[in-house]
Structures are given as structure tokens and as C-alpha cells.
Design a binder for this molecule. Structure first.
Ligand SMILES: CCc1ccc([C@H](C)CC(=O)N[C@@H]2O[C@H](CO)[C@@H](O)[C@H](O)[C@H]2O)cc1
Length: 789
């Protein structure tokens, strides 16, 4: 390893050790790891081809990968070797890996789930390919200016992205617009615009390098790179106009994670990567000399939400227009290939494209959608329509074109059957299945929490890394004082690491002995970060009133970005920062309560915050969070959850035991019932002097003295609408927080509860989730030669 690093430094970067920067060392290390990775990748790719094994194709607009160097080193079992080699060369491994930018090609839960799934597919040895977009700019960088979010373009590709391999030979024409002509019942699409999709491959190596899959991300290139004639005429702009237009398609990730934009460019992004992916998997299948009618035996195509739902009409287009199949045969064949995962019930997140826009960008596909609609109406008269009120409803299209539809937690899947797809569920009662989300323990315990994973491996061996149910062997130790001390010592070391970082980066002193209470996720009213900050104000009031009442010191930690156009979410960020500024400078409560909100929350920050957490905030309005995956990461790392019966919280509580979970709030049914009583918010506020006081403080400008009326609007939303029932859950939330305070005082008991959480998380590995998809939807199994290894 040492020689390889030096060789790459010299011949790859043209540097000698003495004059190398951290960047140079990172590149040299990464190249040395990449060499070893390729030695696993190529044989797997060859084996998959040779054995003609059925492949899984995971189509996602987002892959929230984060950093890769540590993950690669860990999955190859080379962390210690790399660390030793670098220290021999006078370099610090931890410093070097920190130099890598996050690959932030996603917004939140959906994108991170896709990344965890890729790790599990490779570790399980299931031949698979992830398909997505190689955004030039990932999710924006967040900064706070006077407590308000400002966005800056993210620039991960300004440096060499060492883990990708450009595949210039893998190129497809992607067409848009124009019109369709029909001659002798054959359709001919005469597009108005054409761009080229070229592939960039990133290897995805499973645990111990036992199998390797590929993440193929598409970039857009112009058909004609440069218009020399315009240039010679001095019209420099139009000389590179086609290039600029083409590159616009993959320029940036849309930062909305719950509101569909309806923007034409978003639709073009969705079609661009989906068409390239479908063309690519058909070429691969045909290159094996297969009969296209057998495609469903060789390809399981999973749609990560509706964003790639155009895959149905696109597959039919190619089967009919290029391969000459009949429309109904093509439809049936496509349905056998396709699975669709729904990740949200929020009406504003369900994609509905205006028919005029859809037809203008994709005229041939609109024709095919009409065929799909007519076919479904013929077979199921009166069924929900895809073409409704002048819109193309992508949820209905995905449902009708898939042989299986799944929700992402038991509660969510039930709600999908009862609400968003109730009528289609009645018509296709076998189609909806549940696949509760999961997380990869390789990144979210082994790599991000070495203190705890070393302790666990020391106690039960390292079988948990590929079989998380092994953790159950820790359960009997919840009564073992010595092990519990070691368990809490690991937690304490992670809290000290975080305290040092907060001091260095934000200049705020936080006490590692305090309870670290963490809420990290995208900012959204249904996730109720505003209820958390209201509770913080109420706690502060009580502490100020009776500072010597034996309070459990708390550090409230927030992290999360708001979609740039989401005004209320930005207000919530502003309020949290204003409250933090007030509380953190209060001499009375300075040793009792601190509020910390580091800007630019991302995967790497989550990997530092989660191991240091005592309390995990999962406080969404019941029925709104489809699953959550942060909740699983916290519990796996020995944090206790305060939460509602929402999403996967329900199943986490079932696995860890009600006594090891701080439950509060209305259930999903109670929420729906409460909505039938308008004025519920005022009634709740009138009944709560505590709420009245804190709303009063906010309205009088207690946290914004320089602008007292700053939050009049926000407070108004609680009195007038409070759609997410903050007022109805607030007091039980406050009381439950006080229960957590009391519990935290009893360290032994808290340690037992925390240990039981970790020990009970086996079910929530994405390995288990992928095995579910493989059995229920894809009908594929791990490769025999990997499964046995
Ligand atoms: C069209 C704009 C848009 C973009 C992304 C999305 C995603 C579906 C939002 C998302 O990330 N949903 C989250 O998915 C996770 C993985 O299943 C779940 O754990 C979260 O509960 C869910 O909010 C919706 C709408």
C-alpha cells in the first residue's frame, strides 16, 4: 500500500512526498484503493455477464452517497493498512479522508436510501446497476447570514472525482419535442431537440469485496460540440449554444424534496436519465443475443418514486417503435419488468405534469400514455385516471405500469392503501406490498462509530457487519454493569469529539455530560422542527425560573436545509438561530441549556452527530413521515427516541420495546379525527398557559428585539391553521421531554435502554430490506458463489 501511494503520488499527481498537499495524499490514497477495488469489480462484472444472471436496475433521480474513501477502504478491509501506510509516510489518515467532498447527489431520505440499497445489493452479491444523473452541482451549500439560510452552488466536481470511470463509448441519443407522424400504424417521432447521454461508472464494492456492482450516472453532451461557423462569424455565444443547452440538463439537482416544481427542465432531467437507462439495459440484454420478449427474466427495474415513472411509456415506445411488438404485448412485458416505490403521501409531492407541457416535451409518450389509459379503462372501467384535469398523474401511471407497488414502512403502506391509491388498491388488491426501509450498518455503525463497533465486535464478533440480527446477542448484557460502562464510554468519546468540533467550528461550549438531543433532517413543517424549538423556549423559561431545580443539562442540536423556495421552512430556521443566540448568551442557564445549529448539514455531518446523540427527535405529525431512516441510524448508535407513532417509529418501538421509547402525541387516526374539529388549534392554545406564554414571547420580539414583528406570520400559522397539529401535540411532547430528563438522571438504567436499542436494530438493516425486494418484487437471489463465501 505504501509503495502504491508513493507511486500514485509520483506518476499520478507528479508530486514527491515533501511537496504534497492533503489533496495530493488523498488522491494518491484513493488511487491505491481504487486499484484494489477494480480487482474485485471487473471479475464481478464478467461473472454477471457470463452467468446471464437476472439484474436489478435501480432508477433514481438521487443517490446521496456522501464521502467514499472511508467506505471503500472499510469494505475492502484496508482501513488499518491504509492508516499504517500513511503514518509511515508521516501522514494522518483521518485528516486525509476529511479532505474529500461529499457527493451530495440527493436531497434527503429518498436519495440516501438509494445509496444504502447499493451497498446492500453489492454486499449480498445481487447483480445490480444503479442509474442516475451526474449532476454538475449537487445539493446547494447552506450558510447562515444573520441566522437566515443562504444557498451557494455546490462544487464537488471542481476537483477530480477519483471514484468514477468515464465511459465515452457508452452513449445514447435522447430526443425531446418535435412531432409524431403515423404511417401504416407505425409511429415516427420527429424530435425537435437531441442530446447525447454518456456514462460515468462508479464501482460499488460490497463487504470484503465479495461482489462489485456499478452505479452508472449519465451526463449530457451536445450532438454538435461547437459551431465553428458562428464562431468564425464572431458570434461566440451561439457557437457554444448547443453545448450550453445540453449541459443545462444535468447542471444541478433540484433542491425540492417535497414539492414538485412542474418545471420543464425537471421533466427533461427525468426523461433524459430514464431513456438512457432503458436504452442501456435493453442493449445489454440484446448483446447477450436474447429475445426481447424474455426481458422480464433478465431485468427487474425499480422506480425510486415517480421521478423515473416515464420508464413505463419509454419501454413501451422502444418495444413497439423499435422492436415491433404490439402495444398490449409491450404493455404487459413492461409491467412484468417494473416495480414502483412510493415515498410520500404529501399531495404537493405527487408529480402531476400539465398535459400541454408533457405533450410538448414528449409527444410520442403522451400518445402511449393515452394507450395505457385506454387499456386500463377497458379492463377496469371507471378506475382512477392517469390523465385527469389536464394533468398527467405520474403516481397513477407508475401504479398502473408496475407489477408491484410498495410503501416504505408498515404504517405508510397501510395509508397508501387507504388514501393515495385506495381505488387502485381495490382493483389490484395483490399489487401493493410493504418493504420497510433500512440502513447499511457498514457506513452507519462500522465506519462512523469505530468506538462502539469495536466494542461490539469485541463482545460478539464481527458477524453483525453482514448479519445485523447478530446484535441481539447483546441484549442479555443490558444488566452487565461493566459492559454498560464500556458502552456509555464509547458514547461519551463520540460526544467529546463532537464538543471539540462545535467549539472549533462555532465557538460554542457544550458539556459532553449533558444530554445531546438531536434533530437532523430536511426542514419541513410536517417534521415539526418548530415544535422542538417551542419546547426549547418552554424549557428555558422553566430553567430560568428555577435554575437550581436539578435540571438535566441539555444541548439541543439541529441540522437541516430548507428548499430555497420554502418560505415557512426558512422562517423556522431563522427562529431556531434567533432563539439559540438568546439562550446561548444567557448567564443564568448557560450550564443548563445550549442550542447548536451547524450550517450545511449533510451525510458527513450526520456521521459525526449520530454517534454522539443521546436523544433522537422523530416528532413528525403521525401519518406524514413515510418511514424515516435517521430514526434507525440513531437507535443503532445507542440513542433513545422521542417520537410519535409515525412511519418506521412504530416498528422501531415494537422491536426495542415500549419501555425503551419515549412515545407521545396523536396517532394517525386521531390526527385525521382531530382535523374534523376546526378550531382545534385555538382550543389547544387556550388550554395551555405554557404555549400562550411562549407565543407571547415570540410575538413581542423576545428573540428578535431588533425586529419584534419578525415572527408574527409564523405564530399566526399556529393560531389560524396549524395543519400539522403542533398545538395539539405540544404539551404531551413537553411532558415526555421531562420524562426523558428524569430517565437520563439514572445513568445505569439509561445505559440499559440505550444498549437495548442498539441490540434490537437487526431488522432495520438495508440488507433485510433488499432481501424483501428480491423475494417479493424482483425475484432474484444472491449469486451462489457470493452467498456461500
Ligand atoms: C418532486 C419533488 C420531490 C423530490 C423528492 C421527494 C422524495 C420522495 C421525498 C423523500 O425523500 N421522501 C422520504 O423518503 C424516505 C425514504 O423512503 C423516507 O424514509 C421518508 O419518510 C420520506 O420523507 C418527493 C418530491
Amino acid at each position: 500500500m505504501k509503495n502504491d501511494i508513493l507511486r500514485h503520488l509520483r506518476y499520478g499527481l507528479g508530486k514527491d512526498a515533501a511537496h504534497s498537499s492533503t489533496y495530493d495524499w488523498r488522491m494518491a490514497l484513493s488511487r491505491a484503493l481504487r486499484d484494489r477495488m477494480v480487482d474485485h469489480w471487473i471479475p464481478s462484472t464478467q461473472a454477471a455477464y457470463k452467468s446471464k444472471s437476472k439484474r436489478v436496475y435501480y432508477l433514481s433521480m438521487e443517490f446521496l452517497i456522501g464521502r467514499l474513501v472511508e467506505d471503500m477502504a472499510s469494505n475492502l478491509g484496508l482501513v488499518d493498512e491504509a492508516r499504517a501506510a500513511l503514518s509511515d509516510l508521516g501522514q494522518d489518515y483521518d485528516l486525509i479522508v476529511k479532505d474529500e467532498p461529499d457527493a451530495a447527489l440527493g436531497n434527503g431520505g429518498l436519495g440516501r436510501l438509494a445509496a444504502c440499497f447499493m451497498d446492500s445489493l453489492a454486499t449480498l452479491g445481487i447483480p445490480a446497476m444503479g442509474y442516475g444523473i451526474r449532476y454538475e452541482h449537487g445539493l446547494f451549500e447552506q450558510d447562515f447570514v444573520e441566522g437566515q439560510q443562504v444557498e451557494r452552488p455546490e462544487t464537488w466536481l471542481q476537483q477530480d472525482h477519483i471514484w468514477e470511470f468515464e465511459r465515452p463509448e457508452v452513449e445514447y441519443r435522447i430526443t425531446f419535442g418535435g412531432h409524431v407522424e403515423h404511417h401504416h400504424d407505425k409511429a415516427h417521432w420527429h424530435p425537435g431537440e437531441t442530446v447525447l447521454a454518456t456514462a460515468y461508472d462508479t464501482p460499488v464494492i460490497g463487504w470484503k469485496g465479495r461482489w462489485g456492482n456499478t452505479l452508472r450516472l449519465w451526463a449530457a453532451q451536445p450532438v454538435k460540440v461547437f459551431d465553428l461557423a458562428s464562431f468564425n462569424r464572431g458570434d461566440y455565444l451561439s457557437a457554444s449554444r448547443s453545448e450550453a443547452l445540453a449541459r443545462t440538463i444535468c447542471r444541478v439537482l433540484y433542491p425540492d424534496d417535497t414539492t414538485e416544481t412542474g418545471k420543464e427542465l425537471r421533466l427533461k432531467q427525468e426523461y433524459f436519465f430514464t431513456s438512457a437507462s432503458i436504452q442501456d439495459l435493453i442493449r445489454r440484454f440484446m448483446s447477450d443475443g436474447g429475445d426481447i420478449r424474455n426481458l422480464p427474466d433478465a431485468a427487474a427495474i425499480q422506480l425510486n418514486d415517480t421521478h423515473p415513472a416515464i420508464a413505463g411509456p419509454e419501454l413501451i415506445r422502444l418495444l413497439v417503435d423499435d422492436h415491433g411488438l404490439k402495444m398490449d404485448e409491450a404493455m404487459a412485458l413492461a409491467r412484468r419488468c417494473l416495480g414502483y416505490t412510493n415515498h410520500t403521501l404529501l399531495p404537493e409531492a405527487l408529480e402531476r405534469w400539465p398535459e400541454w407541457l408533457f405533450g410538448r416535451v414528449l409527444p410520442r409518450h403522451l400518445e402511449i400514455v393515452r394507450e395505457i389509459e385506454d387499456d386500463h379503462q377497458r379492463r377496469f372501467p371507471g378506475s382512477p385516471r392517469i390523465l385527469e384535469h389536464g394533468n398527467v398523474c405520474m403516481g397513477e401511471l407508475a401504479f398502473i405500469m408496475a407489477h408491484k407497488v410498495n410503501g416504505v414502512s408498515a404504517l405508510h403502506t397501510e395509508l397508501v392503501k387507504q388514501t393515495v391509491f385506495a381505488d387502485l388498491h381495490k382493483l389490484h388488491p395483490q399489487r401493493i406490498v410493504n418493504e420497510t426501509n433500512g440502513i447499511t450498518q457498514r457506513r452507519w455503525l462500522k465506519t462512523c462509530n469505530p468506538a462502539l463497533s469495536t466494542l461490539i465486535t469485541g463482545q460478539i464478533g464481527d458477524g453483525w457487519i453482514t448479519d445485523l440480527d447478530e446484535l441481539a446477542k447483546l441484549k442479555p448484557l443490558s444488566g452487565d454493569a461493566q459492559f454498560k460502562d464500556a458502552f456509555m464510554a464509547a458514547k461519551r468519546s463520540n460526544k467529546e469529539r463532537l464538543s471539540n468540533w462545535v467549539k472549533a467550528e462555532m465557538g460554542i461550549d457544550i458539556d459532553p455530560a449533558a444530554m445531546f438531543d438531536v434533530q437532523i433532517k430536511r426542514i419541513h413543517e410536517y417534521k415539526r422542527q418548530h415544535m422542538n424549538i417551542l419546547e426549547t423556549i418552554a424549557l428555558w423559561n422553566e430553567m430560568k425560573a428555577r435554575p437550581d431545580a436539578g435540571w438535566t443539562p441539555r444541548v439541543k442540536i439541529f441540522g437541516g436545509k430548507a428548499a430555497p423556495g420554502y418560505y415557512v421552512a426558512k422562517e423556522i430556521i431563522h427562529l431556531i438561530n434567533d432563539v439559540a443566540a438568546t439562550i446561548n448568551n444567557d448567564p443564568v442557564t448557560k450550564d443548563l441549556l445550549k442550542v447548536v445549529y451547524p450550517p450545511n448539514y449533510n451525510v458527513t455531518m450526520a456521521e459525526m452527530l449520530i454517534p454522539a446523540a443521546d436523544l433522537s427527535e422523530q416528532i413528525s405529525t403521525a401519518g406524514k413521515e413515510a418511514s424515516g431512516t435517521g430514526n434507525m441510524k440513531f437507535a443503532l448508535n445507542g440513542a433513545l427516541t422521542i417520537g410519535t407513532l409515525d412511519g418506521a417509529n412504530v416498528e422501531i418501538r415494537e422491536h426495542v420495546g415500549a419501555e425503551n421509547f419515549f412515545l407521545f402525541g396523536l396517532t394517525a387516526d386521531e390526527v385525521m379525527e382531530r382535523r374534523t374539529h376546526p378550531g382545534y388549534a385555538r382550543a389547544a392554545i387556550d388550554a395551555s398557559p405554557r404555549m400562550q406564554r411562549i407565543f407571547g414571547q415570540i410575538v413581542e420580539g423576545r428573540f428578535s428585539p431588533q425586529d419584534p414583528s419578525r415572527y408574527h406570520g409564523l405564530v399566526g400559522t399556529f393560531y389560524d391553521s396549524d395543519y400539522f397539529l403542533v398545538t395539539c401535540d405540544f404539551d404531551s411532547y413537553y411532558d415526555t421531554q421531562r420524562r426523558a430528563d428524569e430517565a437520563f438522571k439514572n445513568e445505569r438504567n439509561w445505559a440499559a435502554m440505550a444498549l437495548t436499542n442498539t441490540a434490537s436494530m437487526g431488522f432495520f438493516s438495508s440488507d433485510r430490506t433488499i432481501k424483501g425486494y428480491a423475494k417479493d418484487i424482483w425475484h432474484v437471489g444472491p449469486r451462489p458463489d457470493v452467498a456461500e463465501a
